[in-house]
Design a protein around this ligand. Sequence first.
Ligand SMILES: [Zn+2]
Length: 368
Amino acid sequence: MSDYKPMWGKPFYEKIHPTNSIIMACNTRIGRGVVKGILQAAKDTNSPIVFELAKSESDLNGGYTGLTPAKYGKFVTEAAAEVKYSNYAIHGDHIKVGKLDDIPGVKELISAQIAAGYTSFAIDASFLYDESGSNDKERLAGNIAATTEVTHFIEDKIGHKNFGLEVEVGEIGKKDPKTGLVMTTVSEATTFIESLKEQDVHPHFLAIANGSVHGFQYDEHGNPIRQEGIDIQLTSDIGNAIKPNGVKIAQHGITGTPLDIIAKRFPKDVIGKGNVGTNWMTVAWDVLKIFEPELFDTIFKWTSDNYHKTGIPVNETFLKYSKMAIIEYFDDLYAVNETTEHALASTAYTSALMFLKAFNSYGQASKL
Ligand SMILES: [Zn+2]
């Protein structure tokens, strides 16, 4: 009988990989109601699902969501038991190694994630890129070394290799002042994956810089605009090049991308994981605006007071910086009454159905 604990990432991903579908990974910064709604949608459609938070969102001090790994792991696992669904994993998103000095702190965070029941991890050492190297292997040497060290640490700590692993090449959203967004090349991706393989590191997902950015982009009135910047051809080329190694692409920064584009144009034979974060936060704000107007107004005012800059529309300031208010109003956000929680769950449920359908996830959990 299942105890509704998260599944280990390795078998989970290996069974879904051959399907033509993208696993939705949800960065649920505000968990109350939202996690339950997503789980119910996954259960009703028999879809695999991942819950994750990045290091900036959740660290040993709570990050900006106020959720330590222990709190997040407990919250998600309890929601899964309530919904009675176990086809899910808990993933540490963007475990960032920005410099070699970060490694001890990263190991501490990962230890806490393991203790909290996390079954999958994304090591993001994409910042360790040496412009002075004369070839891809030299330029990626720091990333390869850091990713290898941290992966072997996880293996030792857990005592087996059944965890899920995502690695990252090419910093997402990185801009060159002259040429714009910096894109990952096919050679960088294959060099990175093959070099890791030599070190006995076998990731399931590779995050690449392919034109997406995290969160929304805005027009001059501060309204979010459709993000259509993902280079589909490049994504396919990289995906096909790394596929023989059992690696699919983890697509970051999906929220702003129209669902019809994901449904029709995303190559699901090579993109295997899609991270959706900002969407769940806007779901929560939309509900709270109606169901908890006083709390919403307080959070809106706090965000404006702390982050407003002259010339930037208030709406844009709120969408960009309201995430910083979550920890400030944590107790209020998690103490909302059942009526509000029901609305949060229902709204998240409907939104999750749309993503799961566009990702071709319906029914895929039958492979697990
Ligand atoms: Zn990301």
